[in-house]
Unconditional design. Sequence first.
Length: 368
Amino acid sequence: MRILILNWKHPADPAAGGAERYVARVAVNWARLGHAITLFVPRPGPGGDPRATPMAGVRVVTRGTRSTVFGHARRYLRRRGSDFDRVLESVSTRPFFAHELVGDRSLVLYYQLAGEVWGQEFRFPLSWLGRRVVEPHWLRRLAPARVATISASTAADLRARGIVPVAIVPPGVDEVGGAWDGEIGTSPRIAFVGRLVRTKRPLDALSAFATVRSAFPLATLDVIGDGYLHRRLRALRAPGVTVHGFVPEAAKVELLRRAHLLLLPGTREGWGIVAMEAAMCGRPTVGYDIPGVRDAVQDGVTGVLTEPGPRQLGNAAAALLADPARWRQLARAAAGRAREFTWDHSAERLLTLLTAAPAPPSHCSPAA
């Protein structure tokens, strides 16, 4: 089968996140099964190196930037849409509206609505227009499309806006070599992993860590990720905090393995994929009880969820670190649950949804 995947960021972009990880893993999986996969994305931003994100068997077509790729994609579909048996449209807030050009051969994979993110990343009046006018308009245009999503939280948000997802397909988790077995002791290590932007609330993580450090003076925090708040975080020179910036995947996993827990504040997520990555390393998450994170973290079972607020987050983290028996219980449960989520299963389920569409026009190749 010939499949086109549309995404608004290149997987090698320094700002790539869970959506890019999802489409890259699925694309490679489908290519391995013998399907002809084309990934349509913009050029990676400054510092992005496509060679660092190999996608065996996947043809990558790059056009434009993150802001112009949507127009390029629609022109590409008008010219080449009949070349593909199916189109997967990967949506992080702004859709491509592929269904308007290729009909039911397309499937939308919707990660999360923006909602209150508009107010954090844009100033008035753009913030108001985005949340009250632009995003509702996009969702109305998507009403005729077939839509899947990655979490119960996003499914509920979509249903509240008149879109009923055909399925929920959570992401998988990469296997790692096992957790670091060090005891907590008097110098626990904590990690924050995410883009250093306002919506991810890295400053909340630093404030929460200050609360932890009042109980554990030798505690350390590794901040992993890049974004426009990077320089500000470095300039704070907070005691015990190391701001790593962007690191290769192997280095990120090693830092997670050496941590005792993950701090996960934020505004909303499609699915807290980094919480599952920490869980695969045998590390529980202490995070905000927000959409997406509450799907990835089972409160009191694989981690702890709190009302949004640095003090609540810090108090919960300090309490967990002070209770090694409970920490070990949550860590074991987190690792066990993470092993239930595989990329093979996600790719298989998503492919089933794609092929459930009506047959493509006669000039397209039949399904493999």
